[in-house]
Design a protein around this ligand. Structure first.
Ligand code: ZN
Length: 386
């Protein structure tokens, strides 16, 4: 299916609703490649023309800090990325608007602008300091992914050895402070036990900003059915991500078989790109595409995204599912190469017989709700949860 073959009904539904992408890594491109969102780019997934073509009303830009950057340098990296996003906002005032709330997302839409929201990815960015967490909140950051792929001083990651059996007491303190600040707690990347501890601690609904269903693709980064149900029970939203290795078991298995080859490639990428995460990612996507063409990795079709959405909806209903692409931060499936392809999601859900009201929730309504609920829980005294 090409973007042109979107039906009139899908197009009408898609473009008349607020569509939110809860996770994209484009800030790396601003920072490392001086990439400007204004023109349509031949590389990467996100720029203003493609966001408009894809009918994306609001996008969360992740301020991602690689796990090998720690201490003060981790905080600096997150702020460097934030500054780079702000520079884009300054350069494109007619197209982009920083949004911190559902009201501001709606206001951006009324002005025909794309709302830009901020999320910090990797709790090590706060360098064990709640003061830094507060600074992020003051600059407009609306969520924080508690870990990336390594266990931090206070939270276990899904892709690393556990050290704390979940959250430490300070980790719980971070969650409570995020509640007070109205910052959503993001459980993508955390271990199952950290997830359970977050559910137990948080008094506001939580999100997974970019994960898939473990029942379909058994990656530790994906959400088990048990945790999906727990997240929904507290009012949370599970944003389905588009990364090949989380969407497809076959792709994930084949990638594992290629471990030694991948390690060699990673080493040469490290030498070639140094700290330039943007170029490393673009080279990774190119490599993934080449390996698929060479038959070493199986192709993954964009419709796999619909399969994950549908699994989650069957499990917990349409009120708890959203979208978090991981554009510019992961390897995209065929047919969902960039932001312009987003209307296919609406077409795919219509194809499964979804009603417009449910599609609207998945496209953005649920994310708006969870933002509003986190706002109304903010500022309440911690003792309020009895
Ligand atoms: Zn991530």
């Amino acid at each position: 299916m090409s973007a042109d073959s979107i039906s009139d009904r899908a197009r009408q539904i898609h473009f008349s609703n607020i569509v939110i992408d809860a996770h994209a890594d484009t800030p790396q491109r601003f920072l490392f490649d001086q990439f400007d969102m204004g023109g349509r780019d031949a590389e990467g997934c996100v720029d203003i023309p493609r966001l408009r073509e894809g009918g994306i009303s609001a996008i969360f830009f992740a301020l991602w800090v690689p796990v090998d950057i720690t201490g003060v340098a981790a905080t600096t990296r997150a702020f460097d990325l934030l500054n780079a996003v702000e520079e884009q906002l300054r350069r494109h005032p007619g197209d982009l608007l920083l949004a911190r709330s559902p009201q501001e997302i709606r206001a951006a839409r009324e002005q025909n602008k794309i709302a830009v929201l901020l999320g910090v990815e990797g709790g090590h960015a706060i360098n064990n300091d709640l003061g830094i967490l507060r600074q992020f909140a003051a600059r407009g950051v609306r969520y924080m992914t508690l870990t990336h792929n390594a266990t931090t001083d206070w939270a276990d990651s899904s892709n690393d050895a556990p050290k704390h059996s979940g959250l430490t007491e300070f980790g719980r303190e971070v969650v409570r402070e995020m509640n007070t600040l109205g910052m959503l707690v993001d459980v993508s990347h955390v271990s199952d036990q950290t997830f359970r501890d977050v559910i137990e601690t948080s008094r506001a609904p939580i999100i997974a900003s970019h994960s898939c269903c473990r029942a379909i693709c058994n990656a530790p980064r994906n959400l088990s059915d048990e945790l999906t149900v727990a997240l929904a029970a507290c009012g949370g939203v599970f944003h389905i991500t588009f990364h090949n290795a989380f969407l497809s078991q076959e792709y994930a298995d084949a990638s594992k078989v290629m471990t030694s080859e991948s390690a060699a490639r990673e080493k040469s990428a490290n030498q070639k790109f140094g700290p330039n995460e943007a170029q490393r990612l673009i080279a990774g996507q190119r490599m993934s595409d080449e390996l698929i063409r060479a038959g070493k990795l199986p192709p993954v079709c964009w419709e796999k995204i619909i399969e994950h959405i549908d699994h989650a909806v069957r499990l917990v209903g349409a009120d708890h599912v959203g979208l978090g692409s991981d554009f510019d931060g992961a390897f995209m499936p065929e047919g969902m190469e960039d932001a312009s392809q987003f209307p296919k999601i609406t077409e795919g859900l219509l194809g499964l017989g979804y009603h417009e009201a449910d599609i609207a929730k998945i496209l953005g309504g649920n994310t708006l709700r969870v933002l509003a609920e986190s706002d109304s829980a903010a500022g309440e005294p911690r003792e309020a949860k009895i």
